[in-house]
Design a protein around this ligand. Structure first.
Ligand code: HEM
Length: 515
């Protein structure tokens, strides 16, 4: 038939092309370089000298608001296409892409030591504080220095067995969380006017459990002064990071108010972490068998290839990286579940099928809870708190037809890509079934073509080391809440970008006790 003939012809042409390409590889490559548009051709907002394109976020004459940066990117991708170029201060180019093909290229780039742009202000502070820090730390270092820290500090944290051993502790936290909800609920309506603060506290408490190896008391009625300082320091740190990211980088030249804020937050975090480390250090001296929750911490403290500064700065990095990310995620996840009653009903049915009424959540349940995991995965597709992943490209590469030079900064907008109808069927709908093979078999439209686009924890070897812990934590949290309450939310949630995507204003949730 004509179709077969066409397919045969296509194969012949492809084979001939490959032979030709192999023979004339160098020439073709050179021609392609000449022919392809480059960095300067990538569309994007008009750049001004020095200020680059940052004027678009200016309060008075800009087009977008800095706290709505997620919406700004959606609008720019619509206006300019799937790849855009912005210019940071001093006209440093920053490329953004939401193309699945580009993102796949970056994810699959065989990098030994993937490069993520360091957080300049943190690196500067740590350089200025040599008494406490050897370097920028795990989140900011690059190359071999990063690899050394990564290998020696995250070994236990990425181990499934170590994380599973924390299930009992996380269950206890979830019970305290439910008690917290019950204190906030209106006795007649079950309404909690604003759940965000409680979720933040649970985020803080769980991160401390992982990084400091103990419960610190964020879920208690009265916060002890140490915990209050910890919470304030983390908030200040994120405020300073946000300011440093989007305001003129004057901190490079003198310690401006943003730098001072960051320095104070880092100092407080460091001192507080050290206070929490004391009992663990004592335990090591007394050769006690560590409790499950202390495995990660004691594992780091016992390393002979790390000095004291490396150990302490890594623990500070773990605590500060996890606190707000988990807190935001809990609120955003709860909101999506509350907005999707059908999915919630299915989830409740699965819980009842897999668990006896008073049976605690166990590794066995978590391993078989397919719908629970699908709900969390679908949440990550729709509302991840880290909507883009940054990389410095290690070699020249072609992104959406543009030749991008080596060492360019590229932001992979995985979240924007996840909203693309061409990539996900009914992209704006919460459909956990798309992540379940048997459901996809029954409805092939749901098949996920580009699963790698859901990368809420990043990718390559630089992927978040807290991923396993966080996922387990979210599974336990969601199952515990849905088992106890039917949750509903009437209003739509406002979002704002504060270094991370976060809920803005209040999140009012109705918690109806299940009978
Ligand atoms: C909802 C929770 C979390 C989210 C969404 C999240 C997200 C991320 C993302 C997107 C990255 C960048 C990865 C990349 O560049 O490829 C990252 C890195 C990192 N995260 Fe998380 N994270 C979370 C929780 C945690 C927790 C609990 C910890 C505590 C251990 C943690 C520690 C880190 C560290 C140390 C890095 C830097 C890793 C490196 O550069 O090697 N994160 N995280």
């Amino acid at each position: 038939t004509w179709r077969h003939l066409l397919i045969w012809l296509q194969k012949m042409i492809t084979a001939a092309d490959i032979k030709f390409a192999l023979k004339h590889k160098q020439t073709l490559f050179a021609l392609q370089r000449v022919a392809l548009p480059g960095l300067k051709d990538i569309p994007g907002p008009v750049a001004l000298p020095i200020f680059g394109t940052r004027w678009i976020y200016n309060k008075y004459f800009g087009r977008y608001t800095i706290t709505k940066i997620h919406e700004a990117y959606q609008s720019m991708f619509k206006e300019y296409g799937q790849v855009i170029k912005e210019e940071a201060f001093f006209n440093y180019p920053v490329i953004s892409t939401c193309s699945a093909q580009d993102i796949e290229k970056l994810i699959k780039f065989p990098s030994k030591f993937p490069l993520r742009p360091p957080n300049g202000i943190v690196s500067k502070y740590r350089q200025n504080t040599p008494g406490r820090y050897n370097d920028g730390g795990l989140t900011n270092e690059q190359g071999k220095a990063w690899h050394r820290l990564r290998e020696s500090t995250t070994h236990d944290m990425v181990n499934t067995r170590v994380i599973q051993n924390l299930i009992a502790d996380v269950n206890d936290m979830a019970i305290d969380y439910i008690a917290g909800i019950n204190k906030l609920r209106d006795p007649d309506t079950g309404r909690v006017q604003d759940i965000i603060e409680l979720n933040r506290k649970l985020g803080f408490e769980s991160t401390c459990l992982l990084g400091l190896g103990c419960r610190v008391g964020f879920l208690e009625d009265e916060l002890n002064p140490r915990v209050k300082r910890l919470s304030q320091a983390t908030n200040c740190l994120f405020e300073a990071l946000n300011e440093a990211n989007y305001n003129l980088p004057l901190w490079r030249y003198f310690p401006n108010s943003t730098y001072k804020k960051l320095a104070k937050a880092e100092e407080d975090l460091y001192e507080l972490a050290c206070e929490y480390l004391e009992p663990a250090l004592q335990r090591i001296e007394e050769s006690y068998e560590p409790e499950a929750a202390q495995t990660v911490l004691i594992g780091i403290l016992k390393r002979s290839d790390l000095d004291d500064k490396d150990k302490k700065s890594s623990i500070v990095d773990f605590v500060s990286s996890g606190m707000n990310t988990i807190g935001n995620t809990l609120s955003l996840l709860l909101y999506l579940i509350a907005k999707n009653p059908d999915a919630q009903t299915k989830l409740y049915e699965e819980i009842n099928n897999l668990l006896e009424p008073d049976e605690p959540i166990s590794a066995k349940y978590l391993n078989s809870a397919r719908y629970l995991k699908a709900c969390v995965q679908e949440y990550f597709r729709i509302l991840p708190t880290a909507p883009q992943i940054a990389r410095i490209v290690e070699s020249e590469m072609v992104l959406s037809g543009y030749q991008v030079p080596e060492w360019s900064v590229v932001l992979c907008h995985t979240s924007a890509a996840c909203k693309n109808e061409n990539y996900f069927h009914q992209a704006d709908k919460f459909i956990p079934e798309r992540w379940i093979a048997s459901e996809v078999e029954a409805n092939p439209d749901l098949k996920v073509q580009y699963p790698f686009l859901v990368s809420p924890f990043g990718f390559q070897r630089r992927i978040c080391p807290g991923k396993k812990f966080t996922e387990q934590m979210l599974h336990i949290f969601l199952a515990t809440v849905v088992r106890q309450f039917e949750v509903r939310c009437e209003k739509d949630l406002e979002l704002e970008f504060k270094f991370l995507l976060a809920p803005a204003g209040q999140l009012t949730i109705d918690f109806k006790e299940r009978i």
